[in-house]
Design a protein around this ligand. Structure first.
Ligand code: HPA
Length: 272
């Protein structure tokens, strides 16, 4: 794994990617945020050595390096999901690569189903904790100490300073945000009413099919993580309705502009 990561890092450095200030993972329906990035380098995943190739319609696979909010960012337009059939180490491979390109701060976004009765469709949630229910753990197996420790502390999975920074920015922009725990299931089915109930009983506010493995390996390598989730549907007892990928994308797309504005101000707020 180490050698593969270094090989991909060298390929990307040779393409002109150097020391991005932020890594950004753009989830379902949020990919167009990348249009706001003044791209210097754009590379489809299929052209990057050792990268998996995305299989889901609507999940565009492209790595974008460019200027956004006065900083250099490295954005993944489209991510890899466990349900697509990759093993979990492939899913998190790009995060490993980001670290060795120089990324120290990771911003992740996703779409999720809300199980907190205070949530509405279209709400944006700051992720302040997570529950990992994806059956394969990205750190299972022999540990390579060059990446990070065998037994990883997870007492602060999402950086508290970044969360309060965003809360302040959202307040100034008059945008209200939710805050809560994201639980990852493997999918690809959306949840049954009983499963949404289980998610709530497990202490989470939303449920989705991504993000958590990426955050685990980012933490493994000492990166700071920050996450936003768009609530695209609700799994609240007694009101569980039909949900489709199309609907999820539609709602995420509406929230996209707001997320773009928030993330831009967030990035601007850091010292150059
Ligand atoms: N469940 C799982 N994943 C999701 C959902 C959901 O309700 N909405 C968007 N992604």
């Amino acid at each position: 794994m180490w050698n593969k990561v270094q090989e991909t890092v060298k390929f990307l450095k040779d393409k002109g990617i150097s020391a991005p200030d932020f890594g950004i993972v753009l989830g379902t329906g949020l990919g167009n945020l990348s249009e706001e990035i003044q791209a210097v380098v754009r590379i489809p995943y299929e052209d990057i050595p050792n990268f998996p190739v995305s299989t889901v319609k609507g999940h565009h696979g492209e790595l974008i390096y460019g200027e956004f909010g006065g900083k250099m960012v490295l954005a993944m337009r489209g991510r890899f999901h466990y349900y697509e059939g990759y093993d979990i180490k492939q899913v998190v491979f790009p995060i490993r690569v980001m670290k060795y390109l120089g990324v120290e701060k990771l911003i992740v976004s996703n779409a999720s189903g809300g199980v907190n009765p205070k949530f509405k469709v279209g709400d944006i949630m700051l992720i302040d904790d997570h529950v990992n229910m994806i059956p394969e753990h990205p750190l299972r197996g022999a540990n390579d100490e060059r990446f990070g420790p065998r037994f990883l502390d997870m007492h602060e999975p999402y950086d508290l300073e970044m969360i309060s920074r965003m809360e302040k920015i959202a307040k100034e922009m008059n945008i209200s945000l939710q805050k809560g725990t994201y639980l990852a299931l493997q999918g690809p089915t959306f949840e049954t009413p009983a499963e949404y109930k289980m998610v709530k009983l497990m202490g989470a506010d939303t449920v989705g099919m991504s993000t958590v493995p990426e955050v685990i390996v980012a933490k493994h390598m000492g990166m700071k993580c920050f996450g936003l989730s768009v609530i695209t549907d609700l799994g609240i007892e007694g009101m569980v309705e039909e949900v489709s990928h199309k609907e999820v994308q539609k709602v995420a797309k509406i929230a996209e502009k707001t997320i773009g504005r928030l993330v831009k101000q967030f990035i601007i707020s850091f010292e150059p």
